[in-house]
Structure formats: C-alpha cells, structure tokens
Write a new protein. Structure first.
Ligand SMILES: Cc1ncc(COP(=O)(O)O)c(C=O)c1O
Ligand SMILES: N[C@@H](CCCC[NH3+])C(=O)O
Length: 463
C-alpha cells in the first residue's frame, strides 16, 4: 500500500490544532538502540528480531499482545548495577517494576537482592529460591500477616514507615523470638523533578517519616528502644523516572546528616543507608539516562564527602533500581486492528491491547515510541496515535508518534521500554486478559508468565 491508503491522515509539517509531537525520525525503519533492548535488530527480510527470534514467529506462536523480554539484556543490566556498586554495597532490584520467578532466578544468579512491597511479591521471590536474607520488605501499610511472613522468612531488613508499624513489628519479632533488622524510611523534603504521582520525598504525601518535622529522629528513638528490633540504617527514596541527579545529592546529604545526629544523640553509628531507586530510562530518543557506573561513582563520592565532613565512618550503601534494570529490556508486541485517519488531526491506530497492558500513558502522561516491526516500509511518515481497544477515550498507548503511512490491519507494531510498570500494573479492565511475558534468548523464546484465559476470569467469578 502507498501513502494514498490514508489520504486524510496528517503528515509531518502539518499544523496540528493542539499539543506537540516528536519530530519524525530520519529513518522510520531504524530501531534506535537508545530505546530498544540490546539484541533487537532487523533481519534480511526487514522483520525485527530479539534474541535471534523474529517477531512474526513470536506473534504466530504466542499471540499478541505480548511483552517480549530480552533475557541477555536484563542480565547485562543487572550485572552492570552489581559491578558498578561492587562488594561494599547492595543492589536490591525493585520487584514492583516487574517480578516473576524467572526474573528472580536471573537476579539471584547475577548477585542482586530483591526489594518487595507485598506478601504477593515476597511469595514469588521466595518461591523462586531467593534466600530470605537477600530480600527487603517495603510498604507504607504492611499488614500484620505480611510482617509475620517477612519475619518468618528471615528477610534481610524491613523498611519501617510509621510509628504504629514500629510497635507492630516489634511485637511480631518478639513473638517469633528474633531480633529483626530494620531501616527507617524518611522523607528528606526534596522536590524531585518528575510527575507528581511518582515523586515521594516531598512532605505532603503518604510515604516515610519527615526529617524536617522531627518524625525521623523520633522514629530512631522508638526503634532503638525496642529490644526486638535492630536499627541498621536510614532509607530515602525520592521518586521515580528522575534524570536530574541533584535530588539524590541533597537526599544523600540529608540522610548522612541524620546519621550524624543519631551518633550525637545516641552514641551509635548506623552502618547502612539506602538511597532507593528512581533512575530514569529512555522512553524516547529525547531521554538521556546515566550509566550505573557513573551513578554509583557519584553516590559513593557524595556519601564519602558528607561522612568525612561529619567525621562518620562511611556506611554501606544500598540502592533499589527497578525501572533502570527491567524497563529498557522489554517491548510490547501488538497487532494493528484498525487504522482511522482523522482529517487535519492524526491517524488513530488501534491495537489489540491498550490501557490494560500499559496504564502509564493514561496515568502519568508518559511518552513512548513505537515502530512497525513485522516489515519495513518506504512510505512517508504519518502522524499517529496508538490506542487500545478499551471503552475509554483516554485509552492511549503512544500519544504522538510517526508510523509509515501504508500501515494496515495485520501489521505488527511494538512499543519499546515497557519492561517496567506495565505488566506489573496491568488490569483486567473490560475483562481484558493480561498478556504473557515471553523471555527470548539465544534464538529461543519461552513463556515465563502465561497469558490469562477466560477460564481464569471465570474461576475468580464464583457468584
Ligand atoms: C521504595 C522504593 N524503592 C525503589 C523503587 C523503584 O523505583 P524505580 O523503578 O524508579 O527505580 C520505588 C518506586 O519508585 C520505591 O518506592
Ligand atoms: N509505577 C510508576 C512508578 C512508581 C514506582 C513505585 N514507587 C511508574 O510507572 O512510573
């Protein structure tokens, strides 16, 4: 088909009534390594491949939509974080980004720990063989059973988030006859430059205990007074999808400041600080993330400098990257169902998934890119909006992106950088079936999380 297939669709250069859009890439067939996982390429027929398997084979064998995870890339990124922080630090992969048994096994093999924030995540981590001491538990409202399970599993530490939780956890640890290591989550008052829904260190939100309001210092007093709790350190997580490193710098400085106060008031030097996760990744070619080695070097230097100034022994550092490890390693593969040009606006490309497999665009106004992957095309760029099949006009996956003007039903398109917070935030809206996660490596693909079926839905519906 040629460009004339959709004569009414706007082209690059057309004046749009609202919003902005990314400039069309110089080559619509290129798969920019900035946003695609590392083994993605096109074969001689122009079909995109990942881990040596072409996407048409994946679609034929496993159906669409599907999350396609590049195992070699995942392992390489996990290793890069591990190596960057070395033996004197701990890397906890944030399971909320995406957790499955296969992923936990890879993390275990690559020497990383796991951070979980619910009994569901804890259960998966343990079921995959992650030792309890390499798991950390988070959450602003952990239930009593969740705390009991975590203490019983011997988790390495629990990050406490309220005075009530300190009491609750002390009672549980006491009843189980153990001394539970804990960190205290504090809010350092940093306004992280990210979407307000994913910033977590300002004062007016639900996480942590405020440093400036004195709640953090009071939490230290209360934990130290509990014989069943062992205060190991302080935790700060300032938000997510952050590129500006200044926030981490301020957070590290304030956390070390609290360690100095604790030493002065209680005569104890806490051995650990956890600076959380939150490092941004490239969703489009405009994003410029930092490498783990550079991040590790900056954090170490800030902590070293601040500790030297406060005459403290530098504590062990832990970090909790989620998105930065898994985000870039997967794409979502969709089949195009309908193509609807809207005169003077843009062309709506409907795919067989939508906000049920990627809520981030609707929730955070997130930017994504997209490409035609089942073939190449020499047609002109067409300004498109990739939408799902849900009963909601906000059901948008990619707001503005250029696709070839000959795009047609049956073509496969893929949205890169969907490894984090897409499957883990997927829903059954409109009774959509959650897509499978396929792990691809060395020329072979396997299902690591299977597609939901209608029987799964009916099994839950016992009415
Ligand atoms: C406490 C904590 N640690 C780590 C993370 C992981 O963040 P990210 O996936 O942005 O690295 C989060 C989520 O933002 C979090 O709340
Ligand atoms: N789920 C969010 C980030 C929040 C991370 C958890 N604290 C996202 O998709 O960007």
């Amino acid at each position: 088909m040629s460009r004339s297939a959709h004569p009414a669709g706007p082209r690059h250069g057309d004046v749009l009534p609202e919003g902005h859009y990314q400039a069309p890439p110089a080559d619509l067939n290129a798969l920019d390594p900035k946003v695609w996982s590392r083994t993605v390429a096109r074969n001689a027929e122009g079909v995109a491949t990942v881990g040596g398997v072409d996407v048409r084979t994946l679609a034929a064998e496993f159906g669409t939509p599907a999350y396609v995870l590049d195992e070699a890339d995942f392992r390489a990124r996990a290793r890069a974080w591990r190596d960057a922080f070395g033996e004197s630090a701990d890397v906890y992969y944030a399971g909320k980004a995406f957790l499955s048994k296969a992923v936990v096994r890879w993390l275990h093999e690559e020497g990383l720990n796991v951070d979980v924030c619910s009994s569901g995540e804890l259960h998966v981590a343990l079921a995959a063989g992650m030792p309890g001491e390499r798991i950390a538990l988070h959450g602003n409202n952990k239930s009593v059973p969740e705390l009991e399970q975590a203490v019983k599993a011997g988790v390495g530490h629990i990050v406490v988030d309220s005075f009530q939780e300190i009491e609750r956890l002390a009672a549980i640890a006491d009843a189980q006859g153990v001394r539970q290591p804990v960190l205290i989550r504090i809010t350092v008052g940093v306004e992280a430059h990210t979407h307000e829904f994913i910033a977590t260190a300002h004062e007016d939100q639900k996480f942590g205990l405020s440093l400036s309001g004195g709640l953090a210092a009071e939490a230290v007093r209360r934990v130290l007074a509990e014989p069943a709790l062992e205060l190991r350190g302080i935790h700060s997580h300032i938000g997510s999808q952050i590129f500006d490193f200044a926030g981490f710098e301020v957070a590290a400085r304030r956390v070390v400041g609290l360690l100095a106060e604790v030493r002065d008031e209680h005569g104890v030097e806490l051995p650990e600080i956890d600076l959380g996760g939150g490092l941004g990744i490239a969703y489009t070619a405009d994003d410029d993330p930092r490498e783990p080695a550079e991040i590790a070097a900056s954090l170490r230097e800030i902590v070293r400098r601040e500790c030297a100034a406060a005459e403290l022994t530098a504590p062990r550092i832990s970090v909790e990257p989620g998105r930065a490890i898994v985000g870039p390693t997967a794409f979502t593969l969709y089949e195009v169902g309908t193509v609807k040009p809207l005169e003077g606006l843009r062309t709506y490309v409907s795919v067989d998934g939508g906000m049920s497999d990627n809520i981030r665009t609707a929730l955070y106004d997130a930017e994504y890119s997209v490409a035609l992957v089942s073939r190449t095309s020499e047609a002109e760029p067409m300004l498109a909006r990739v939408v799902g099949k849900h009963c909601e006009s906000g059901d948008i996956v990619v707001k503005d992106a250029f696709l070839p003007a000959d795009l047609a039903p049956g073509d496969l398109i893929a949205v890169p950088a969907t490894g984090a917070y897409c499957r883990s935030m997927a829903s059954n809206y409109n009774h959509a079936l959650k897509p499978p996660v396929l792990a691809v490596a060395d020329g072979a693909a396997r299902v690591i999380v299977r597609r939901e079926t209608e029987e799964d839905l009916l099994r839950l519906d016992i009415g």
